[in-house]
Design a protein around this ligand. Sequence first.
Ligand code: KG4
Length: 344
Amino acid sequence: MDSFGIGIESSCDETSVAIVKEGRELLSLKIYSQIESHAPYRGVVPELASRSHLEKINLLLEECLEEANVSWEQIKYVAVSAYPGLMGSLMIGAQLARCISLVHSLPIVLVNHLEAHLAVVGLEEELPEFPVLGVLLSGGNSSVYLYHDFGKMELIGDTMDDSLGEAFDKVSSLLDLPYPGGPPVEKEAVLYESKSVGKLPSLFPKLLKESGEEIQFSFSGLKTAVLYHVKSQTKESLDVGRVCSDFQKTAFELVIRNIRKAVKKTGIRTVICAGGVLANGSLRNELELESKRQKWKLFYPRKKIHCTDNGAMVASLGYHLWKKGYNAPLNFKVSPKRNLTNTI
Ligand code: KG4
C-alpha cells in the first residue's frame, strides 16, 4: 500500500503545507507568502511572521487535504520543519504537527529545514547516491555540506558574514529596487546583458582572493563596494543594470570557486545546489557550464517553487526519515540553531 505524508513548513516567511506519496510524488502543495507584509521593512519581522502563520496554516492544511483527496487512514506520518528558523514561527508549525499526531495517532518526523532544501530534488528526479555535496544559497545561508545520508549533514564551508540572498536584498535596497532583492537585481542584470556590447571591466574586485583551500563565503565587502560605487555616481551616471550584472557575476564566481574547492577536498563529484538564490537563471547557467566542464553530476530544483521554502520538501525528506524510524515525542522542541544531527 502506498504511504502518504504531510509536510509542514513555517520556519520563516512562507506558510506551507504539502502532501506527498512515497516521498516522490507531490499530490498537493499550498504556500502562503508573507512577502507583502514584510516588504515595507525590507526584511522579515518575526512577530508579523508568526501571527501570519497562525492565521493561515489550518486553512492551507484543509485545502491540501481536499486537493490530494486522501483519507487520514492513508496518511502515515506528519513531517515538520523543526530547525533552524524563527522560534515563534517554528512553534506554529510544530503545534499543528502535534495536533495532527494526537488526533490521528501519527508519528511526527522532525526535519532540518536546510536539509529539506537539498532533498527536494528527489521530487523531480531520482536522488543521487550518498555521499553528495550540498550547497545551500538562501536568505539565511551560504554554506557547503558534506551530506552523508538522510538526517546526517556535516558543515564544511560557511559564510563569514552575510548570506548570498541577504547580499541580493541589500544591493537591491541600495539601488532603490524592491524587496526581496533577488528577482529585481536579476531582471536588471539580464536586461543590461542583453543590451551591452563589448565587455567592460568589472566594477567590483574578485572576492576572497587569499582564501586558499578554505571553503568560505563573504559578501559584506561586495555589498560595501556596491555602496561606495553608488555613492560615487550621480542619478544620471549610475548604471543600475551594470551594477546588478557585475554584482551577480562577482558573487557567483565565488560560489563556483567554492564548489570546485569542495569537490577537490572531498573527492565527491555529485553536487546538489538549493535555496532561494537557485531561482536565479544566471547562477543556474554558470553551474550547468561548470558542471559540464568539470564533469560533476549537478542537481538543483528545476521548478522555481521548489527553490523557495515549501512544505513539499519537508514532506519528501520526512518520508525518508520516517522510513528510517524517526519518530519524535510530542514534547519535541524547535530551535533557531543549525543543529546538524537529527537524532529523533
Ligand atoms: O530560501 P529562501 O526562499 O528563504 C530564506 O532563506 O528565507 O531564500 C530567499 C532569498 C532572498 O534573499 C531572495 O532575495 C533570494 O532568495 N532570491 C534570489 C532570487 N529569488 C530569490 N536571489 C537571486 N536571484 C533570484 N532570482
